[in-house]
Design a protein around this ligand. Structure first.
Ligand SMILES: Nc1ncnc2c1ncn2[C@@H]1O[C@H](COP(=O)(O)OP(=O)(O)OP(=O)(O)O)[C@@H](O)[C@H]1O
Length: 232
């Protein structure tokens, strides 16, 4: 479904992504693991089209999307939940979701608000609460639900459990696993334990290069990788 081939990405003269290769097959949850500053967010921004690689190729469902703008990629079916949760503080949960629907072409709408409430039961209870009054975990659920409103085929989640309490992380894990019925997922995480518990496969990125890839179960058992690249 998604293929990233030898991409090289810069911020000005700063050479950040130095030849990343990865792929995601339909129906999988794949994680991109790495420490702070390893290059996870930059890889995601390149896939979504906020940044363009100087070299390399990105394809989505066999279409070359390397130099596409973001709105085009979202129309093609790539959903993106950035690291900073941008919930509208003055709007209620319901209004936050309605705004997301208003950004989608009518013909592309698959889910209604009630479908999102079924995927995220907690949000149904909170429907009239203002975005600014929600906890970090609740806000994260709103941002993921908003991305689902655009009916993506592939969902990119950038560090969804950052700063959340362990009990909330567990709830989020359950929700993400359930989402797998409807969407393919690429997940960036520093929290290897969380990510590997819900992923099929994983990649480890360090200093802008993929240093390891393999099944989640093999990655989980590899103490050397955990210590060298993932220990906080
Ligand atoms: N806008 C920017 N301008 C210049 N350098 C940047 C910019 N954003 C990120 N970087 C640098 O690029 C490198 C990769 O950052 P990136 O945000 O992709 O890492 P990350 O793995 O997502 O980590 P984090 O968890 O901190 O987001 C880091 O060295 C970072 O300092």
């Amino acid at each position: 479904m998604l293929s990233v081939k030898d991409i090289h990405v810069y911020y000005g003269e700063s050479y950040v992504i130095q030849g990343v290769d990865l792929h995601v097959n339909e129906g999988e949850i794949v994680c991109l693991l790495g420490r702070n500053g390893a290059g996870k967010s930059t890889t995601f921004k390149s896939i979504v089209g906020y940044l363009h690689p100087r070299k390399g190729k990105i394809t989505f469902e066999d279409k070359d999307i390397t130099n596409n703008r973001t709105f085009k990629n979202i129309r093609l079916g790539i959903g993106y939940v950035p690291e900073d949760r941008r919930v509208f503080a003055d709007l209620t949960v319901l209004e936050n979701l309605e705004v997301a629907f208003s950004a989608v072409n009518k013909a592309d709408i698959k889910w209604q608000v009630e479908d999102l409430f079924e995927m995220f039961p907690l949000l149904k209870k909170l429907r009239n609460k203002k975005g600014g009054e929600l906890s970090g975990g609740e806000q994260q659920m709103v941002t993921i639900a908003r991305a689902m409103a655009t009916n993506p085929k592939l969902l990119l989640l950038d560090e969804p459990c950052e700063g959340l309490a362990p009990v909330i992380v567990e709830q989020l894990a359950e929700i993400i696993v359930r989402l797998k019925e409807n969407v393919t997922i690429l997940l960036a995480e520093q929290n290897a334990y969380f990510a590997l518990s819900i992923s099929d496969r994983g990649y480890v990125i360090d200093k802008g290069k993929i240093v390891y890839s393999g099944s989640a179960s093999i990655l989980k058992e590899n103490e050397e990788i955990q210590k060298r690249y993932l220990a906080v």
